[in-house]
Design a protein around this ligand. Structure first.
Ligand code: KIV
Ligand code: ZN
Length: 508
């Protein structure tokens, strides 16, 4: 899509769109998040390497640490412009100057709620306070961006007077904050169209995500001519956060064909890095950077993806430095399983493949999501299991409790004939193995020489991996292995696997 075509659709689109990142200021206002100076420096370096135009490094007047962070980030001489936040008071602007910054983001509340309940100031006093702050900042050589806090709940006429006054006083950029996230795309369009018709000064937007619309509203504002949007990594920020950096950059790139000077391949690693430092993990379904953003399980989808990833992906994971994942579970199709096994260089014959496929489906039906480790273990176990299975498990019943002896009822098919019996033991596994011994005693006697139980991956729903060595009365030994979500089943199937191998030796 070329920019001229987009411009003809959105007549007011600005020639340049700037990304103002406020992860280190509004993002840090995420409840429970506090970054050290060093952590802020590391994030600023990554934002700069990504290519954002402005980095709001902090609120220098709020603490010594904030002032230090802003000043140290400024001293790195990054390509991004470093911005400091300040209330419309001399002291705050001095702190921005003390941090050696050249760009101040000034703000003051303008809505009736802020005027009456927070600032207790008249409209006139608010305008004169803002104007004095701009004049002071400009007199001290600062570039000024001015935000009318809670702009979207401010009377339109007053907002117009307010912005005109700060522009006349010398503001270089005006910013429209939707402080409590009440806008929708339609209201955003109205507001931006109105603002664009009145102001020649570049306009920025700062949108919160209370209704989940921050990205949509920022895109609408850009369509209507906004020159800049404030964003945060992972959409962090007060309450439900701000417009998300990764969402806006990729939506502009992919839906509008607008490429900013951003190295999109760093988006996923930056998201992970910020998530680790702040302790705020992204939900798996977070657009662009969530763990499931390029993950597929359904057979129909995986089939499409294997032929052409764009069948079920809007962009390629490489664009944002992410990777594609194919999950196995109850929706898995044969194609997905084949492709996974190929990745692991595991070759199964048709019978083995069917067994693995059915086991995965049945685990999926029980609500289990099969990890790559689970699949490898299941497939390799099947590969190593007895080639023929003269003895098959047809049924198992267990009775356990505090006052009764553990009792197992086992039904086997032996060479096509079904037999069933019950026995007791010191535990359910022992009871089941005793019942198996009874059922096969006409064919052979077996001893369990070794029994080993491990869990694949941690967690209470981990699959049990049982390895056994059994011997028969002729001195033959054989291994057996089985994986199951139930420890007793895994144990019994492992023992049966070793018995089948012994039987094949006996009959060879
Ligand atoms: O949301 C807001 O209004 C702000 C201001 C400081 C601009 O973050
Ligand atoms: Zn904010």
């Amino acid at each position: 899509m070329d920019i001229e075509k987009i411009k003809s659709k959105f007549m007011n689109l600005a020639d340049e769109i700037y990304i103002f990142d406020t992860t280190l200021r509004d993002g840090e206002q995420t409840p429970g998040v506090a970054l050290t100076v060093d952590e802020k420096i590391q994030i600023a370096q990554k934002l700069d390497s990504l290519g954002v135009d402005k980095i709001e490094a902090g609120f220098p007047a709020s603490s010594n640490g904030e002032l230090q962070a802003c000043s140290k980030i400024k001293s790195l001489d990054l390509d991004s412009t470093i911005v400091g936040l300040a209330r419309s008071v001399k002291n705050d602007i001095d702190a921005v100057l003390d941090a050696d910054l050249e760009y101040v983001h000034l703000f003051i509340g303008t809505s009736p709620l802020h005027r009456d309940y927070k600032l207790k100031m008249s409209k006139e006093t608010i305008i004169s306070t803002a104007v004095s702050a701009v004049e002071y900042a400009k007199d001290h050589g600062l570039d000024v961006e001015f935000s009318a806090e809670d702009a979207t709940r401010t009377e339109k006429d007053f907002l117009l007077d307010f912005y005109n006054s700060v522009i006349d006083a010398g503001a270089d950029f005006i910013d429209i904050p939707d402080t409590v996230g009440v806008l929708t795309p339609v209201f955003t369009k109205d507001l931006m169209t109105y603002a664009k018709s009145y102001f020649k000064t570049p306009i920025s937007v700062h949108f919160h995500n209370d209704f989940g619309l921050a990205t949509a509203n920022s895109l609408t504002a850009i369509e209507c001519g906004a020159n800049q949007t404030h964003v945060t990594v992972n959409g962090m920020g007060e309450r439900t956060g701000n417009t998300s950096l990764e969402e806006i950059v990729i939506a502009l790139h992919s839906a509008y064909g607008i490429n900013l000077n951003i190295d999109t391949s760093q988006l996923y690693s930056l998201s992970e890095f910020v998530g680790r430092l702040t302790g705020v993990k992204m939900p798996v379904n977070k657009p662009i950077v969530g763990e499931n953003a390029f993950a597929h399980e359904s057979g129909i989808h995986v089939h499409g993806i294997l032929n052409n990833p764009f069948t079920y992906e809007p962009i390629s994971p490489e664009l944002v430095g992410h990777s594609r994942k194919i999950f196995l579970g109850k929706h898995t199709g044969a194609n997905a399983l084949k492709s996974k096994l190929k990745d692991y260089h595991i070759e199964l014959d048709d019978n083995q493949f069917d067994t693995v496929f059915n086991q995965i489906k049945s685990l999926g039906d029980k609500g289990k999501c099969i990890t790559d480790d689970d699949l490898k273990a299941i497939a390799l176990t099947e590969l190593g299991s007895a080639r023929e299975k003269p003895i098959k498990l047809k049924g198992l019943g267990l009775l356990c409790g505090a006052v009764v002896s553990p009792t197992a009822t086992v039904k086997l098919e032996i060479d096509g004939v079904e037999k069933e019996t019950s026995n007791t033991g010191v535990g359910p596994v022992d009871a089941a193995i005793n019942a198996i011994r009874d059922l096969i005693k006409d064919t052979m006697n077996i001893e369990l020489e070794e029994y080993n139980l491990e869990a694949i991956n941690g967690g209470t729903d981990a699959l049990a991996d049982v390895f056994v060595i059994s011997s028969d009365d002729e001195g033959n030994k054989s291994t057996g292995r089985a994986i199951n979500d139930d420890i007793v089943m895994a144990s019994i199937l492992a023992v049966l696997d070793s018995i089948n191998k012994l039987l094949l030796i006996k009959r060879s």
